[in-house]
Design a protein around this ligand. Structure first.
Ligand code: G3I
Length: 336
């Protein structure tokens, strides 16, 4: 059973997972990650975030980010694509960035930061999440230090700086709750689409939109709804991807039952199915390029540490046993 192999046969470029550095020394984790060819792409969960790269201005720590990049290179299951994450985000900032800057100073700081990341990993990143989560759940631009200094222009500026620094990487805007209007109470989707059009009108280079897809069992939009949202975004950009998929039980009632996991499996099928389905509409062209899960085992999911009453969001359980979601996704790929 190899998710990545069958994902490729079904027309995607990769099936990938996100990884964080502490896992890289866990043998059992690594045997799933590397041994069986399940994953054709890796995304560093935290290692490339600004705070981890440049906690002190001008002092760079690449060790952890390099470790993930090298894992992608050295994969026993073959070389993996690297999705790079993330350059400009309102979270994960070093404290020296979290202060008030003039527009001119912020332009210098952003230029240096984006160049540092892009040059260090040049030729290694299939894609960069250049800007992450710039718009909140109500469709309002988040008051990040970048926004405060430059207004909306920080977005075009970031994309263009990234485009010059690494012309071969696909440049993405990445966010959650873009998968369907049913997930965002406010006008998040329409504001995001308007923002993308503004970036383009300002001459910005932007290739893709990442649908994070941190979802809840029972509240996942249907395949058709997700396809229709993806089609809307594909009028603004060349490609889309599922970039941080996990589907948590909310609330998580323990002990979990087979019925809960079956419901989760159906939901995984809707999201992954949408990615496969959207490609059909473009004459066999690849428009939803791949799926990345935000780690594959419940043992290391981000959910319980941030939302203690929710969890079991992944395709493998705490003990690395494949859950129904795994088999649903694999069978979906095989059927395509
Ligand atoms: O590494 C330190 C450790 O030294 C320290 O002892 C510990 C104490 O809290 O913190 C550790 O850092 C934490 C890090 O995860 C590693 O576990 C940070 O506090 C914590 O904020 C960080 O959370 C990450 C979060 O992004 C914020 O950067 C999550 O792991 C990560 O899964 C999450 O990922 C985000 C995506 O980047 C964007 N989309 C949403 C997604 C989920 O929130």
């Amino acid at each position: 059973a190899q998710l990545d192999k069958y994902a490729k046969l079904a027309g995607l470029s990769y099936f990938g997972t996100a990884v964080d550095n502490p896992r890289l020394s866990n043998e059992q984790y690594m045997s799933v990650l590397q041994g069986s060819g399940e994953f054709g792409s890796l995304t560093p969960i935290n290692a490339q975030k600004w705070k981890n790269i440049e906690e002190v201005q001008g002092v760079f720590t690449w060790t952890e980010a390099d470790a993930v990049a090298n894992t992608a290179k050295a994969g026993v299951g073959g070389t993996k694509t690297l999705r790079c994450h993330t350059m400009v985000w309102y979270k994960g900032l070093p404290s020296w960035v979290e202060t008030t800057y003039s527009r001119a100073d912020m332009e210098k700081i952003l230029t240096a930061h984006i160049q540092n990341l892009a040059w260090h990993f040049k030729g290694r990143c299939y894609a960069w999440d250049v800007v992450n989560e710039a718009i909140d759940d109500n469709g309002v631009f988040r008051q990040s230090p970048m926004y405060k200094a430059m207004g909306l222009d920080f977005i075009t500026f970031s994309f263009n700086t990234a485009a010059k620094a690494d012309p071969s990487a696909k440049l993405y805007y990445n966010d959650y709750a873009l998968e369907s209007p049913s997930l965002s109470p406010g006008p998040k989707i329409s504001i995001t689409l308007a923002m993308l059009r503004t970036v383009k009108a300002q001459g910005g280079t932007i290739h893709g939109v990442g649908f994070q897809s941190h979802l809840k069992v029972g509240l996942v939009p249907s395949r058709a709804e997700i396809v229709s949202t993806m089609q809307q975004f594909l009028e603004a950009v060349d490609e889309v991807a599922i970039t941080e998929l996990d589907i948590r039980h909310s609330p998580l009632k323990l002990p979990s039952t087979r019925a809960m996991w079956d419901a989760q499996a159906r939901d995984y099928g809707e999201v992954v199915g949408a990615c496969l389905e959207v490609n059909k509409g473009y004459g066999g062209g690849r428009k939803c390029v791949g799926v990345t899960v935000w780690d594959f085992t419940d043992k290391y999911s981000w959910v319980p540490s941030e939302i203690p009453t929710e969890g079991e969001a992944c395709m493998w359980d705490n003990n690395y046993v494949k859950k129904p979601a795994y088999w649903t996704v694999l069978n979906l790929f095989k059927a395509y």
